[in-house]
Design a protein around this ligand. Structure first.
Ligand code: FES
Ligand code: FES
Length: 167
């Protein structure tokens, strides 16, 4: 039996110590907001925080966590940085299919916490491991900047055909 602190609550879980944290979160504790993508630490869909640091839960053995605090997407809005990021995500209408977005928000929140006004280079470095098949990257960057500055970022202009043009 392992004891695990998740989102401020203590859980006793009867699982093998080499089981990835992602499996424990989703299948044992029932927190399904964290997603499975690649299973080999390549896509970022499974990102959670361990003592505030973003980690890939698909490759993290639950037995290696010890007393460190796990935070998932279900509770990230309870932190000041997470709250700002989630609001900016809504304002910038970031989400498309949504599958990658829990991981994106977890990585973005960790970035904002350690760097309250990140440069483009810092954003790229922090977010490069989070893949989005819907290519929401421009909106993600804008939302991170909005969360940092409190002001909406200039979004890409949407070009529409002039009235009467053949479509
Ligand atoms: S599912 Fe963990 S990084 Fe892809
Ligand atoms: S919003 Fe669809 S994969 Fe990112």
């Amino acid at each position: 039996m392992l004891s695990l602190s998740v989102n401020g609550e203590s859980h006793s879980v009867d699982v093998p110590p080499d089981m990835p944290l992602l499996w424990v979160l989703r299948d044992v504790i029932g927190l399904t907001g964290t997603k499975f993508g690649c299973g080999i630490a390549q896509c970022g869909a499974c990102t959670v925080h361990l003592d505030g640091q973003p980690v890939r839960s698909c490759v993290l053995a639950v037995g290696s966590i010890g007393s460190k605090a796990v935070t998932t997407i279900e509770a990230i809005g309870d932190t000041p940085s997470g709250q700002k990021i989630q609001q900016a995500w809504l304002d910038a209408d970031v989400v498309q299919c949504g599958y990658c977005q829990s991981g994106q928000i977890m990585s973005a929140t960790a970035l904002l916490k350690r760097s309250p006004n990140p440069t483009d280079a810092e954003i790229d470095a922090a977010m490069s491991g989070n893949i989005c098949r819907c290519a929401t990257y421009v909106r993600i960057r804008a939302a991170i900047k909005q969360a940092a500055t409190g002001k909406p970022e200039g979004m890409q202009t949407i070009v529409t055909a002039p009235e009467g043009a053949a479509s």
